[in-house]
Design a binder for this molecule. Structure first.
Ligand SMILES: C[S@@+](CC[C@H](N)C(=O)[O-])C[C@H]1O[C@@H](n2cnc3c(N)ncnc32)[C@H](O)[C@@H]1O
Length: 353
């Protein structure tokens, strides 16, 4: 057995209002189901010399370089949203540092510079992306090949930026033009400042001679040689109502839908074209079937939402009604946490059979 201590990012306390260890433990167990080479025997919060850690026990020999299983185990640990540093316990008194393999391909200020005015947070968004990718039929390939990720309520692009930072292709839909413009301005400056090979533009999207939306489109690659050889990561963000997602994507399907729904508190959830106001619950009831229709068979959908406006079983019924299979057991049900007095956030993950 291997005994590890995982130190969480100090900021995770702020993100999860003191509930970070429980959320990250559930995230780790979700990743462990499909991806960890060594089975996780237990995960629990501990305090050592006044510092909080997650104690992780693996059913694996106490030898960090031993065998295939270890590579996969540490790869998954390195992908955890709040993983800061990892130590192996040697006896009861000593900690041996273990390097956490990171899969980020872009500098982390792509995620840390923008400050979204709502409750979205880059660490939580990474957790949401992680558990959703883990629920796809290709969960064991995360970190080894690019995925196609859609955030159909993209806001200022936290999910999109994570997808790009981790080497994926990203699609987004966002109703508020000013959010799309803000993300376009930020990403344009960031790509230039980092001197990455790229092209980017926010332009009207025309089909059959008629403007159907505004589209922010970017192509980039972190490696100049790969860019020269024609390799590209791709981003498309449509300024439009999310109910038009299928029409806008055309025949394109995605492998993961990852979205943080409006909380019904700080920002609204208006229908496009000056239409009536929609509650987050009404929006999800209308939009989930549309999102399910653009999901490839074997793909997965992960939704974060405020349970004060919509109970978990009601969202599960909407998602099941759209033909998806909800993960409603074990760690998949332990990702809920308090954000503030008005928001209790939960995460529902389902896959397209
Ligand atoms: C919680 S925020 C998402 C935040 C996002 N993850 C980010 O990083 O900025 C929800 C977003 O949904 C958008 N939204 C609400 N109703 C919409 C609709 N019908 N179509 C498209 N976007 C919508 C809101 O404008 C808001 O930006």
């Amino acid at each position: 057995m291997t005994r590890l201590l995982l130190l969480l990012s100090p900021s995770s306390n702020r993100v999860y209002a003191g509930t970070a260890p429980g959320v990250v433990a559930a995230e780790l167990q979700v990743l462990a189901e499909g991806r960890l080479g060594a089975p996780v025997r237990s995960v629990e919060p501990v305090r050592v010399a006044g510092v909080d850690y997650l104690a992780v026990e693996l059913d694996a020999p106490d030898e960090p370089t031993g065998g295939e299983g270890y590579g996969a185990t540490y790869a998954a640990l390195g992908q955890l949203s709040a993983a800061h540093a990892l130590f192996r316990r040697v006896g009861d008194d000593l900690l041996a540092p273990v390097g956490l393999p990171r899969t980020e391909r872009l500098d982390d200020d792509l995620l840390t510079i923008p400050k979204y005015p709502g409750r979205t947070n880059e660490q939580f968004t990474r957790a949401l992306l992680n558990v959703t990718l883990a629920a796809t039929s290709w969960g064991d390939q995360v970190g080894r090949r690019p995925f196609t990720v859609l955030d159909p309520l993209a806001g200022r692009g936290t999910t999109l930026s994570w997808a790009l930072a981790l080497g994926h292709d990203a699609y987004g839909v966002e109703l508020e033009r000013r959010e799309v413009e803000a993300y376009a301005a930020f990403l344009t400056t960031w790509l230039r400042r980092k001197r990455l090979k790229h092209s980017i533009g926010l332009n009207p999207l025309r089909r059959n001679g008629r403007q159907v939306a505004e589209l922010l489109e970017a192509f980039l690659h972190p490696d100049a040689e790969a860019w020269k050889a024609g390799q590209r990561q791709h981003l498309s963000l449509f300024a439009a109502d999310t109910l038009r997602t299928a029409e806008l994507l055309g025949r394109r399907k995605v492998e993961a839908v990852v979205t943080d729904a409006p909380y019904g508190v700080a920002h609204g959830s208006r229908a496009g074209g000056g239409g009536r106001d929609r509650s987050p619950a009404d929006l999800l009831a209308e939009a989930v079937p549309v999102w399910a229709s653009v999901l490839r068979s074997g793909g997965a959908m992960g939704i974060a939402w405020n349970t004060h406006g919509l109970a978990r079983e009601d969202l599960a019924a909407i998602v099941t009604g759209a033909g998806l299979v909800v993960r409603d057991e074990g760690p998949w049900t332990r990702l809920a946490h308090r954000v503030d007095a008005g928001i209790h956030r939960d995460v529902l993950v389902a896959h397209q059979p």
